[in-house]
Structure formats: C-alpha cells, structure tokens
Design a protein around this ligand. Sequence first.
Ligand code: FES
Length: 77
Amino acid sequence: MVREVRITKTEPLRIDESDIDPKYGDIAICQCGLSDDRPFCDGSHKRTDDEMEGVIYRYTETDRKVVESLTLTEEEI
Ligand code: FES
C-alpha cells in the first residue's frame, strides 16, 4: 500500500526527556504520517489497519479515499 501524506514542516524537531510518555515510559514516533501530533504517534495509525497491498490511499481528517495514482495539481507543485 501507499499513503499520501502532506507535511509542511521544513526543519527538525529536537526530542528530549520531557517528551517521554509518562504512561508508557517511551517516545513513540509516528511512521504512518497520520498523527495530528507529529512527530509523535497519537494512535491515528489504527486508521490504516485494513489497508491492502497495491492500493494507494489519500487521507483527510475524517475520510479516506482510494486513488488510481498520485499526481500533483499546479497549486501543489
Ligand atoms: S504511527 Fe502514525 S499515529 Fe501511530
């Protein structure tokens, strides 16, 4: 599967001890791209549980669509 994710950040975020989750004692970094608290995981990856191999997904805040291919419009370039 492929997932389209739009990220507008242009610089790194330094992580330190204050970022450790007191409940779990660790720092979970989002790798799915859907977290509203990036770079940290907020559990949004659960939306990807039923993604299928070979399918391209485009996510919005409330929805998910299957798309044929990933292409950029003039405004997005
Ligand atoms: S890995 Fe992205 S929200 Fe958890």
